[in-house]
Each structure stands twice: as C-alpha cells, then as structure tokens.
Design a protein around this ligand. Structure first.
Ligand code: GCO
Ligand code: MG
Length: 403
C-alpha cells in the first residue's frame, strides 16, 4: 500500500533548451522522475503521457516495474515508435528511481552492482575547419578526456552537422527548421584529412570518433570507413540511414572501421538484424528513447551475445535525468563500450540537481539512492516551453536530404 501511486505529473521546462520530465509519487511520499524529451517533438510525448498514460498510473503498485512496462507496451495495442517508447521510458525510469529510494540503494546496485569504477565518455569537438577542429580536440584532451568525437566544417557547405555556431552545440535552434545545404563529395574529401591531422597533432593514444549523421549511401559510407582506417577510429557513427539494414553489409565487406548505430532506434526490434548479423560494433539506443531501463537491459544482454557493446547517445537533448540513469546502467552493464557526454548549461544543471561527476575522462555516479537526479520544480516553472525544431538538409538542387 505504501507503494501505491497517488500522483503523476508532466513537467515541461526550458532552462536553455526544452525538457519533458515525468514525476511519480507514491502514498508513502517517495517520488521518482523520468525523462521524456524528444527533441523538436516534445509536446507529442507530453500529451501521450498526460492524456493517455497518467490516468492508468494512479492506484497502481509502483513496485511492479516489469508489469507496468508490459502493460504500457502491449496494452496500448499500437507498439513502438519514438513517442510511445519515450513515454514508456519516462514511467520506467521514474519507477526504478522510486525502487532505489525505497531500497535505499543506488540504481546500479539494483541492476546487479558495479562492473567498473567510472564510465568512459567522449566529448564532441568541432571547428569550422580542420585546424579549428584539431584545436578543439586538444582542449578536450587537456581537460582529461580520453575519447573525443571530431567534426569539422566542409568547404563550400554553409552549415555542416555538428558545428557549433558559438557557445555550445545545440542544433534545434529555431522555431521553424533552419535550412542547410549538403554536399557529399566535399564531405568525403575532408573527413580523412581531418583524421590524418588529428593523429599527427594528438598522437595514437586518444580515442577518436566521428558522426556521419545518416548522410551517406551504403557505398559512400564504405568508402569513408575504408579511407579512415589508418587513423583507427573508435567508431564511425550512423554511417548510412539504418532503415535499410542490408546497407551495413556493404560497409562491412569493405572496411574494418568499427561501426555505431541506433540513436534514432526505439526498440530491440530495430536493432535485432544489425546485432545478430554482427553488422555493428556499438549500439547507441538509449534509455529515454528506447523504453527505459527495463527494455535497454534486455537489449544490452542480447547485444552481449554478439560482442556488441553499448555506446549510449548523450547529446544535450537527453536531460540530466537520462544521463544519471544511463550512467548507473553504464556502471553495471558488462558489455559497456562508451558514453556520449555533452555539457548541459548551468541553467539546466540547476533545474536538475545531480550527483554524477567527471573525473579523469570518466563519469562517476554517486551513491544517492535511485538514479541520483532530481528536479527543482519551482526553478523549472521559471523557464516556459519555447518551440524549437532541428534543422533540415537539402542537396544543392533543392531536393530534401537527411540532416
Ligand atoms: C549525437 C546526435 C545528436 C543529434 C541530436 C538530435 O550523436 O550526439 O547525432 O547530435 O543530432 O541529439 O536531437
Ligand atoms: Mg549521432
């Protein structure tokens, strides 16, 4: 009876960027929170929760986490998809948070305990050209990062993916999408030059990563993967859009560069073919968009059978709540690979107090019961929702392309 859910609410706040958070409270006064942010489509998830999920929560047992997951997944009849799975994730993470608080244990302990001291993270370095990008990588290394993802501007392309326009990297910057223009040939020329320069400037030790952001055809991706082989990338990310999963066979036939995929996936079924055919090395599907801890645990175990490791998405649109939950997962999961980490703004950090810290290139969770992240509701209320969408990309002839 202590565990009965008596209140559940959705909090939309914009401390520098938009976040959707679910807060669930039990009769005994324990509360848990979960992230439900879907960048550029936030209110769809807020409504899914508010209008369709919350009425089902009241009166139910917060301790029946698996049953709740199955209820929300099977019970909706309409399965999968980013909106549904982000909503389920928010409930699931909030319930794990509550369980941790009730048990007086940090989440990683509930999952099975520590497998490692800290989670290796990579930062996102970028510059308008190769020299600037190399300087940016150098600054991450000076800060103690052991792994850095590097992106540079493409000559002749006005706004390439991943290049920050000043302060932090935050692609959803306007109410209507920014229009960008893409040129594959120029991109394929510049990327190998970037990594040649990075190895020359920073040596063989640092782990280097790169995000193609779904913009190449399979054969172009194969060419790129092969051309960066001498620079030993930790991974090449989203080398080609993953709807056509056969495309990854073509990349594999031509290259030994490690591949990472899955930040836009939302269920184990999206990953199944790529994992069981060993077409990828890292799976990026993360807690908030992939149905929460309950589903990700299943996915990680399945991936482990095929020597695929985790590499959770962790851009700033994944709130500190997701970051906290992900880090507990990373601390436990045996087949951990790496965790993406971008810095949230001070405003965001203040709205979501948390106990994880960066030390020696790794993020360390604290021992606060649950996932260790909370929300300051009074502060959150000071930052009203501000609609923002991700950019779109076109080719030079005006046809739509993948951003
Ligand atoms: C990454 C991602 C992000 C996404 C963003 C979309 O690897 O960090 O590709 O940069 O574009 O999360 O909301
Ligand atoms: Mg990415």
């Amino acid at each position: 009876r202590d565990r009965e859910i008596v209140d559940a609410k959705v909090i939309v706040t914009s401390p520098g960027r938009n976040f959707v958070t679910l807060k669930i409270t039990t009769r005994s006064g324990v509360h848990g929170i979960g992230d439900a942010t879907l960048n550029g489509r936030e209110l769809a998830v807020a409504s899914y929760l508010q209008d369709h999920v919350l009425p089902n929560l009241i009166g139910r047992d917060a301790g029946r986490i698996e049953d709740m997951w199955q209820f929300l997944y099977r019970g909706a009849y309409w399965r999968r998809g980013p909106v549904t799975m982000s909503a389920i994730a928010a409930v699931d993470v909030a319930l794990w948070d509550i369980l941790g608080k009730m048990a007086d244990m940090p989440l990683y302990q509930l999952l099975g305990g520590r497998s490692r001291e800290g989670a290796l993270v990579y930062g996102h370095a970028n510059g308008r050209d190769i020299a600037e990008a190399s300087d940016a990588v150098g600054r991450f290394i000076e800060q103690g990062f052991l792994a850095v993802r590097a992106q540079c501007g493409v000559p002749g392309v006005k706004k390439a993916y991943g290049i920050s326009s000043g302060k932090g990297y935050e692609p959803a910057e306007s109410e209507l999408p920014a229009e960008t223009v893409w040129n594959t040939a120029r991109y394929l020329d510049v990327v190998p030059q970037l990594f040649a320069r990075l190895r020359a400037d920073h040596g063989p030790q640092v782990e280097l990563l790169h995000d193609v952001h779904h913009r190449l055809s399979p054969i172009e991706a194969a060419r790129l993967a092969r051309s960066v082989e001498p620079y030993r990338l930790f991974w090449l990310e989203d080398a080609t859009p993953a709807e056509n999963q056969k495309g990854f066979e073509l990349i594999r036939q031509h290259s030994v560069t490690a591949l990472a995929v899955g930040e836009v996936f939302n269920s184990i079924w999206d990953c199944k073919h790529l994992i069981e055919n060993q077409l990828i090395d890292y799976i990026r599907t993360t807690i908030v968009h992939g149905g929460g801890i309950t589903h990700l645990r299943r996915l990680a175990d399945f991936a482990a059978l095929h020597q695929v490791r985790t590499g959770f998405h962790g851009a700033t649109d994944l709130s500190p709540v997701t970051m906290g939950a992900a880090l507990h997962f990373d601390t436990w999961v045996p087949n951990f690979g790496i965790q993406e980490y971008m810095f949230h703004t001070d405003e965001t950090d203040a709205v979501f107090p948390h106990d994880y810290v960066l030390r020696g290139g790794r993020l360390h969770v604290g021992d606060t019961p649950g996932h260790g992240v909370d929300i300051d509701e009074a502060l959150a209320a000071k930052y009203p929702y501000a609609p923002k969408q991700l950019p779109v990309a076109r080719l030079e002839d005006g046809a739509m392309w993948d951003w």
